[in-house]
Design a protein. Structure first.
Lengths: 325, 252
């Protein structure tokens, strides 16, 4: 029994949310209810689900609904869905594979379910049936990830940019990221790069205050907007998102520093409209230029590719369920 | 044994390519290449026994030795840099070299057993062919870089090949390091060649070898001194290796 981003708005989901530390305790409380022998509680930002093994199916559902209704009103309860037997198995398997996630095929849910199960197991809330079911679901999740392309490709502009950076530079450790224009998307891309190991950050912006604020947040340094060209020599990745009507970075500026850069690869991410970086910059051999259209196109392609894999994943899940039934 | 080695290299190439098309890494490529390496080693041991010297007496043996050297460097570099896909690119070249060696007239059926062995000549041949292995692998990594570079420039990220290719900077580093290793081996081979006892046809061979050595030297000096776009370095590694292969007919 549970609810997710498709059945309930965030204001309802937050009523059901269970903190990470409480997952085990809540699961063990379920086992105190009549007819319920085992329980696991999963709670993420997009869902809250309760898995139970009951001696009597109908009584189990009634008891569970009653238990949840203690702290929630009828409106909240109307958003819950319930599944039994093979339907519940199918749901859990699909969930672990990311088929039920907001971002199709995302992998974080696998870890979240594993964590929830571990909490319940350690709290003594699981025994034979749920142990077997969850172990099986993890095996199915691994099998589907290995044999399908459900998780292939990044589905957001930020992740596409970071994936591309890793395809160009490998590990981003020690890479120098330069931000031109302290917009929100630049901030997100820069944060992603730093989370993957980029250690040096330079920020430049027409408003020095905004540049300073972003640099402080991301532990970078500020370069005045009229002298950022010198920083071009050190940069590995440049993210540009100014509101300028003319190109901010021209091919000739890069040509001028190529020798000083010893022809190192340069990844240019232009997320501004109108574009900040002259298209001819992409013709320079060691320069990889991606504008917002290209990045969005790649994200869409990955989404389409993942959607095409759903049928295959569902077939594999059906096979697994028929084997376990 | 040569046929077995060819089959193993072909299996590595075909199976690896099929995995790549499906977007997976083949765990088997390294294993097939390892078996292929053992098969090549066996052939070279048998030929070495027959000759009572380094098995580099005819074009067939040079081709097998080159394929062996290429496979050996792949085994070393592939595991160090986790470039498992390098095997998928190396296997066809190994298969091609071994197939050439199988052609009539390439391998002497009853090689002459040497009574006097010139150590410098043997070392010259061995270092030179080992250099070909390293330089050949640099060319293979260069081809991989060129393919990846094109895909990155054209934003073609959805192919299985793109997903499996190692990062561009890593590939470029591998090209540079293999070029350096190949050049060092080539230098040792050349030094041994200058010291060894000369025969009539040696002059032409020597000039070509010196030209080849100088070309690689210029490339490496340029790269070290002023830097070079990775694409140009990769292209140069491929072109110079193809040109180097043309030296084979001049050896005998």
């Amino acid at each position: 029994m549970g609810l997710n981003h498709e059945t309930a708005p965030v204001e309802v989901r937050e009523h059901f949310a269970v903190s990470e530390e409480q997952l085990g305790l809540q699961a063990s409380r379920l086992t105190e209810l009549t007819t319920i022998a085992e329980g696991v509680v999963i709670s993420t930002c997009n869902r809250m689900e309760v898995y139970v093994a009951a001696e009597d199916r109908q009584m189990g559902l009634d008891v569970l609904r009653q238990h949840l209704s203690v702290d929630h009103d009828d409106e909240d309860m109307s958003h819950l869905y319930q599944k039994c037997g093979d339907d519940a198995k199918q749901h859990l398997f699909a969930l672990v594979c990311g088929l039920d996630s907001m971002v199709l095929g995302e992998t974080e849910i696998f870890g979240q379910v594993k964590h929830a199960y571990k909490q319940a197991f350690e709290a003594g809330a699981t025994k034979g049936m749920l142990n077997r079911l969850f172990q099986k679901s993890f095996a199915v999740g691994k099998r589907i990830r290995t044999h399908t392309r459900i998780q292939m490709g990044a589905t957001s502009v930020g992740n596409v940019a970071v994936d591309l950076a890793e395809k160009i530079f490998g590990k981003l450790n020690g890479s120098h990221v330069m931000i031109i224009g302290a917009g929100e998307t630049s901030r997100l891309v820069a944060k992603s790069m730093i989370s993957r190991g980029a250690s040096q950050l330079t920020v430049t912006n027409r408003s020095i205050e905004r540049a300073r604020s972003l640099a402080e947040e991301l532990s970078g340094e500020v370069v005045p907007f009229d002298s950022w060209e010198e920083a071009l020599v050190k940069a590995d990745v440049i993210v540009s998102s100014t509101g300028a009507s003319e190109p901010v970075l021209k091919a000739s500026q890069i040509e001028a520093v190529r020798k000083k850069r010893k022809f190192r690869p340069l990844f240019l991410i232009d997320i501004a409209v109108p574009r900040d970086i002259e298209a001819q910059a992409g013709d320079i051999e060691e320069v990889y230029l991606y504008d917002i259209d290209k990045l969005q196109q790649l994200a869409s392609l990955a989404k389409e590719s993942r959607a095409k894999q759903v049928k295959l994943c569902e077939q594999m899940i059906a096979e697994e369920i028929s084997q376990t039934s | 044994m040569l046929v077995i080695a060819i089959i193993l290299a072909a299996v590595a190439a075909v199976q690896g390519a099929r995995y790549v098309r499906r977007g997976h890494k083949s765990q088997w490529t390294v294993l097939w290449m390892l078996f292929c390496f053992v098969a090549q080693l066996t052939i070279l041991s048998i030929r070495g026994e027959m000759r009572a010297s380094c098995p580099l007496g005819d074009t067939g043996e040079v081709l097998i030795f080159s394929a062996w050297s290429l496979t050996m460097f792949y085994m070393a570099v592939g595991s160090v840099y986790r470039l498992s896909l390098l095997g998928v690119f190396t296997a066809p070249l190994v298969c091609f070299l071994l197939s050439l060696a199988l052609m009539p007239g390439m391998l002497d059926a009853s090689p002459e057993r040497k009574t006097v062995v010139d150590g410098w000549r043997e070392s010259h041949a061995a270092f030179s062919v080992l250099a070909y292995g390293a330089l050949g692998l640099a060319a293979v990594a260069g081809v991989m870089f060129i393919v990846l570079n094109r895909q990155l420039k054209d934003a073609h990220m959805s192919t299985g090949l793109f997903a499996n290719l190692p990062p561009a900077r890593d590939l470029s580093k591998v090209v540079g390091r293999l070029l350096l290793l190949g050049f060092a081996l080539l230098t040792l081979g050349l030094i041994c060649g200058l010291v060894m006892e000369k025969t009539g046809a040696a002059n032409k061979h020597l000039y070509v070898a010196l030209g080849q050595w100088a070309a690689y030297a210029v490339l490496l000096i340029l790269k070290w001194w002023r830097g070079m776009p990775p694409g140009k370095l990769a292209m140069a590694a491929v072109l110079l290796f193809v040109l180097s292969l043309m030296i084979f007919p001049l050896i005998n």
